[in-house]
Write a protein that binds this ligand. Structure first.
Ligand code: SDX
Length: 436
């Protein structure tokens, strides 16, 4: 970051001396006012719950222009990456800052491929869960448990440890997500197959059984790989900020990523894809397209807690570019599977059309986000609704790791420790119980 040719002056109406605050610029996007010395100079904090106006760090990984609806991974537009690269190339880009050449791509792919198995002991963690446990509960547990198997690489300040932990997490997440699924349906786990692609291997671990050969459908394989690319990283979202804050204590990478999984589970964040599909099911069961008007009325009614799941975004005040690509992927998969007439897809497109013409959504700049169509395409592939957020976590793991490593590599980083505006009771003495 570089000092801008601009300064911020903070003056107070009560006569307190004004202070000057430096302004810094990045390469693109809003400048920042450096308030690090504010408390020391004024005895006051800033106040920004939800961090609507707060930059928590400097980063060179992902840039979002919410007004333009633009998303760049290390400067490359998401549309071009989805078209020209695969997920492991995108992982390499996010982790290392540049796209791999053919040799680099092959060695990175081989490295990930040869770390896809998990320790056989991992299956005993699954046995502790009920068969109907939510996969995100299982994954939060399994990923935290991984740290118990890699005592050779839990020092987050050691670059080699960070490197091998990144490979292990990227490689093992598909295996763990597939194991959570198989455990839930009572089928045996399928071991990774090294001659398959990252997405192909995941499909086989999910849908194959030991009883017969499994053939990966190349259209589905490509669609799933693209879904992973679309979810790979997204600036300082809630779960990434969780991973950074957790990692800032110096804890191991597996524990920090497990914290990210726990945060992503929430319906306001990664859990929205599961909630969006359940919302479409509800409308469908109550009458489908004919019921959209009534549903929209509920959403606009402040007394109802009904939201249009898969719509709206803290940063995008235009169409989420990932939603457009997800809708295209939806079309490709439904056509490949002969489900073009899928009523839920038709319902989603009609719901989007009506919402985008409604003043309530237009005035609040609410557009479809990445979660609006992702559930429809995952359901068509055969992924159960309660596993959608697990797929999101699988893909976002590389973004979390890249952001965590960037933070640890930043000489300026400190343990995150926000302050507060205290509205509780001033000091008082404890009365004897007879007087309470
Ligand atoms: C993800 O941060 C990221 O980058 C996240 C993510 C990533 O890749 O990591 O992009 C992934 O989490 C996408 C978002 C998935 N969540 C949903 O689809 C859930 C539904 N969306 C909303 O909960 C909401 O839009 C949020 C949480 C996504 C954003 O909330 P904000 O920025 O705090 O916005 P807000 O709640 O202040 O909304 C502004 C207004 C409010 O109405 P008013 O008070 O002005 O009258 O818009 C309304 C909100 O009530 N509103 C919605 C709405 N989203 C916002 N009303 C109905 N339906 C919605 N979906």
């Amino acid at each position: 970051m570089k000092l801008a040719d601009n300064k911020a002056t903070l003056s107070f109406s009560n006569g307190k001396p004004a202070i000057e605050l430096p302004v810094y610029s990045g390469n693109i996007g809003p400048d920042v006012i450096d308030i690090r010395k504010l408390y020391g100079q004024t005895g006051m904090f800033t106040y920004d719950p939800g961090f609507l106006s707060t930059a928590s760090c400097q980063s060179a990984i992902t840039y979002i222009d919410g007004d333009k609806g633009e998303l760049l991974y290390r400067g490359y537009p998401i549309e071009q990456l989805a078209e020209n690269c695969d997920f492991l190339e995108t992982c390499y880009l996010l982790l290392k800052g540049s796209l791999p050449n053919a040799t680099e791509k092959k060695s990175f792919t081989d490295l990930v491929t040869h770390h896809t198995m998990v320790n056989e002991q991992m299956q005993f963690f699954l046995r502790g869960f009920r068969r109907d446990a939510h996969p995100m509960a299982i994954l939060t547990g399994l990923i935290g448990a991984l740290s118990a198997f890699y005592h050779d690489s839990t020092d987050i300040n050691n670059p080699e440890h960070r490197e091998i932990s990144a490979i292990r997490l990227i490689a093992k997440l598909p295996t763990l997500v597939a194991m959570a699924y198989k455990y839930g349906i009572g089928q045996p786990y399928m071991y990774p197959q090294n001659n398959l692609s990252y997405a192909g291997n995941f499909l086989r671990m999910m849908f194959a059984t030991p009883c017969e050969e499994y053939k990966v459908n190349p259209v589905i394989e490509k669609a799933l790989d693209r879904i992973f690319i679309l979810h790979a990283d997204h600036e300082q979202n809630a779960s990434t900020s969780t991973v950074r804050l957790c990692g800032s204590s110096g804890t191991n990478p597996f524990a920090a990523i497990a914290a990210g999984v726990a945060c992503l589970w929430g319906p306001a964040h990664g859990g929205a894809n599961e909630a969006a599909l359940n919302m479409l099911y509800d409308i469908q069961n109550q009458g489908g397209v004919a019921k959209i008007g009534e549903f929209i009325k509920q959403v606009k009614d402040k007394n109802s807690s009904v939201k249009l799941m898969g719509f709206g975004h803290r940063v995008y005040k235009n169409y989420d570019p990932r939603a457009k690509l997800m809708q295209q992927t939806c079309n490709e998969v439904l056509t490949e599977l002969g489900l073009e007439k899928d009523p839920l897809f038709a319902l989603a497109k009609e719901l989007e059309k009506i919402a985008l013409e409604d003043e309530y959504f237009v005035s609040r700049k609410l557009y479809p986000n990445v979660d609006f169509y992702s559930g429809i395409v995952q359901r068509a592939i055969g992924i159960p609704v309660n596993l959608f957020t697990g797929i999101f976590a699988l893909a976002r793991t590389v973004g979390w790791i890249a952001q965590l490593n960037e933070m640890i590599g930043d000489p300026e980083y400190k343990i995150g420790r926000p302050r507060q505006l205290f509205t509780g009771s001033p000091r008082r003495d404890v009365p004897p119980i007879a007087k309470r």
